[in-house]
Design a protein around this ligand. Structure first.
Ligand SMILES: NC(=O)c1ccc[n+]([C@@H]2O[C@H](COP(=O)([O-])OP(=O)(O)OC[C@H]3O[C@@H](n4cnc5c(N)ncnc54)[C@H](O)[C@@H]3O)[C@@H](O)[C@H]2O)c1
Length: 271
């Protein structure tokens, strides 16, 4: 049993993909999970999956860009299960497109969902985690290196990477007992790819998409086809494979690890 039994863990973006897998894995190991998302229907499915397996879960509808709601999430989590000591800032979107295809509104939306949310969540957690804890921010391999057609996404995930380090140093120096780490998944088989590709086909013609994604294969509808081109392991990762790393970072087994970037990418960035 991982050292997480009884901990209260808030997970954003938990209606789908990595967030849902994280809810299932943390609950399996005895955490009380507070799963939030804008997608209430998806949250109901996550709730059923966790409760059917005997886990403890509270679901809350939350738009992570809404500053006012963050305090309520921590209050409701505390009323239901006790003071949270784990926050997984996972909710995210990937708005694909070349720099000249982007409007300022697209850019700001990308930053609001992927970056503002991480600041708001971390601030709320630092105010609420009176006995220390673990904050895990989901970045990406796109936060470590550039990719054509992904400038805004790369910028947002790079910001998450360095915000995490600054927050980790601040939390340590202030004696909060809070650790802060970033997780950098490679190509993971979740609905984010389909959403991103669908949008790309709405704003760009085929020729332009091909030119932008020639080296990554990221225009293909099948995530496995993208992974076979980009990942040395030749396959996409599963959301559970990311969740197991998050479990380690959430647990006391990682008590001396903070401010670090943890890559889970089937060796994609190793070459
Ligand atoms: N799948 C990958 O290949 C991959 C790779 C690297 C990083 N990531 C990151 O992992 C995280 C999870 O992505 P995923 O792949 O599971 O995608 P996903 O689309 O399956 O899940 C993302 C979830 O975030 C929610 N969300 C979006 N905007 C929100 C908002 N404003 N407020 C609250 N919830 C919101 C969505 O409703 C969805 O349930 C994201 O931060 C993503 O950038 C994914």
């Amino acid at each position: 049993m991982a050292q997480i039994e009884g901990k209260v863990a808030i997970i954003t973006g938990a209606a789908s993909g990595i967030g849902r897998a994280c809810a299932i894995v943390l609950a399996r190991e005895g955490a009380c999970v507070v799963a939030t998302d804008v997608d209430s229907e998806g949250l109901r499915d996550t709730e059923k999956l966790v409760s059917d397996a005997g886990g403890k879960i509270l679901t809350l509808t939350q738009d992570v860009t809404d500053e006012a709601v963050w305090e309520d999430v921590f209050t409701e989590a505390t009323e239901k299960f006790g003071t949270p000591s784990v926050l997984v800032n996972n909710a995210g979107i990937a708005i694909a497109g070349g720099i000249t295809d982007f409007t300022l509104d697209d850019w700001r939306r990308q930053m609001a969902v992927n970056v503002d949310s991480v600041f708001l969540g971390t601030r709320a957690a630092m105010n609420a985690m009176s006995s220390g804890g673990s904050i895990i921010n989901i970045s990406s391999v796109a936060g470590l290196r550039g990719a054509a057609g992904a400038s805004a996404y790369c910028t947002s995930k790079g910001a998450v990477r360095l915000f995490t380090k600054a927050a980790a140093v601040e939390c340590a120096q202030m004696g909060t007992g809070i650790r802060v780490n970033s997780v950098h998944p490679g190509i993971i088989d979740t609905p984010i790819w389909q959403k991103s590709i669908t949008r790309m086909t709405e704003v760009m013609d085929e020729e332009r998409i091909s030119a932008l994604t020639a080296h990554s294969g990221a225009n293909q509808m099948d995530v496995e086809a993208i992974a076979s081109q980009s990942s040395p392991m030749g396959r996409a990762g599963r959301p559970e494979e990311v969740a197991e790393l998050i479990l380690f970072l959430a647990s006391d087994a990682s008590s001396y690890i903070s401010g670090q970037e943890h890559v889970v990418d089937g060796a994609m960035t190793a070459r």
